[in-house]
Design a protein around this ligand. Structure first.
Ligand code: SER
Length: 336
């Protein structure tokens, strides 16, 4: 039997690179689309790689025509800080681009006569806490609460979650195609992610990974939020595990299309202290950027992931200590 084909957009990004390794190890045939060509190391893990833009519908049609895609991981996006610098471009890439992928995956579902599973990384950025006092008071936030984002990226992700739910349950509900196979959309709202391999670009949770990677390279780091700023974070292997876990879950067990996942919640100061324990010469100072700090303050202090735990058995493997001791530090020491 041939291997099931998985399409990964944004494959050259932070999540993408780690996910490729996992999908390859799990026996999938991986097809990728990214603006930039994949490095040789990752190309070797793929059946085919396309360098191109998800806004290019002809490219997506070509990809769909050449492969029987059973699963889509749509990772390509402009993150929250980048999105504030160019909100219209963010909307184009994050919303229109997602619409192109949903349409393609739905056509593919009809062609195959069964639901293509569509995995979508959403974000803590879909939440908007009014102020730090309320954020502290509320603590862990459930999926349906505080869905009032203050960034273009957050608005885009929240809307695309709705689009995915719509495509799964209602797309073309009037008309001849009302009984045709639809796609099967599943989204995960990630906290800030930290990888030993890569530093993200254009995000607002980037202070966590940037601090660590700067210290490992002996570079000074000026943190764009104050030491008190606190949000949840997750180590990259857990992020990949959650995506694969949700992919593998039986549809009947899923009570919703959108799930929070959590691991640990720490302040910038706690991350800095941890980094200094590992790299005692680390030069970390604080130079808060008022807007980026406000965005971080608008994100919840932690995510309530009890629905993911109940529906599909989500459980993070890495708490704060394990993330540093067993994953980040060994990985980063080997890298630099
Ligand atoms: N990590 C993202 C960002 O900072 C949030 O999902 O924009």
């Amino acid at each position: 039997m041939s291997k099931p084909v998985v399409l990964v957009t944004g494959a050259n990004g932070e999540i993408g690179r780690s996910l490729l390794e996992r999908l390859h190890a799990d026996g999938y045939a991986v097809v990728t689309v990214d603006l930039t060509p994949l490095p040789e190391k990752y190309r070797g893990l793929c059946l085919e790689t396309y360098a191109g833009n998800i806004m290019d519908r002809y490219l997506l049609d070509q990809v769909a025509a050449h492969h029987e895609i059973e699963v889509v991981f749509h990772l390509a996006a402009l993150l929250s800080t980048r999105g504030e610098r160019d909100p219209e471009l963010a909307h184009q890439v994050n919303v229109e681009g997602t619409l192109h992928l949903l349409r393609m995956a739905n056509n593919q579902s009809q062609r195959l006569g069964r639901a293509v599973r569509f995995l979508f990384p959403s974000s803590i950025a879909v939440y908007g806490m009014p102020d730090v006092a309320e954020k502290k008071r509320v603590g862990r936030v459930r999926e349906e609460a505080w869905n009032v984002p203050i960034t273009m990226y957050g608005c885009n992700k929240l809307y695309c979650e709705h689009l995915g739910r719509y495509f799964t349950n209602y797309y073309r509900q009037l008309g001849a195609l009302s009984t045709a196979a639809r796609l099967d959309f599943r989204a995960i709202r990630f906290p800030g992610l930290i990888s030993a391999e890569t530093v993200p670009t254009g995000g607002t949770s980037d202070f966590g990974p940037e601090m660590l990677h700067a210290a490992a390279q002996g570079k000074p780091y000026k943190c764009f939020v104050g030491p008190e700023a606190q949000i949840p974070f997750m180590a990259m292997p857990d992020a990949v595990q959650s995506l694969v876990g949700l992919l593998d879950a039986d549809r009947e067990r899923l009570s919703t299309t959108v799930y929070n996942v959590g691991a640990f919640s720490v302040s910038a100061g706690e991350i800095a202290a941890r980094v200094k324990r590992i790299f005692p010469k680390a030069d970390i100072s604080y130079e808060p950027d008022p807007v980026r700090a406000k965005i971080v303050d608008s994100w919840p202090e932690d995510l309530d992931d009890s629905v993911a735990r109940k529906d599909w058995g989500w459980k993070p493997a890495y708490d704060f200590d394990r993330a540093f001791d067993d994953y980040l530090v060994p990985g980063i020491r080997a890298r630099y």
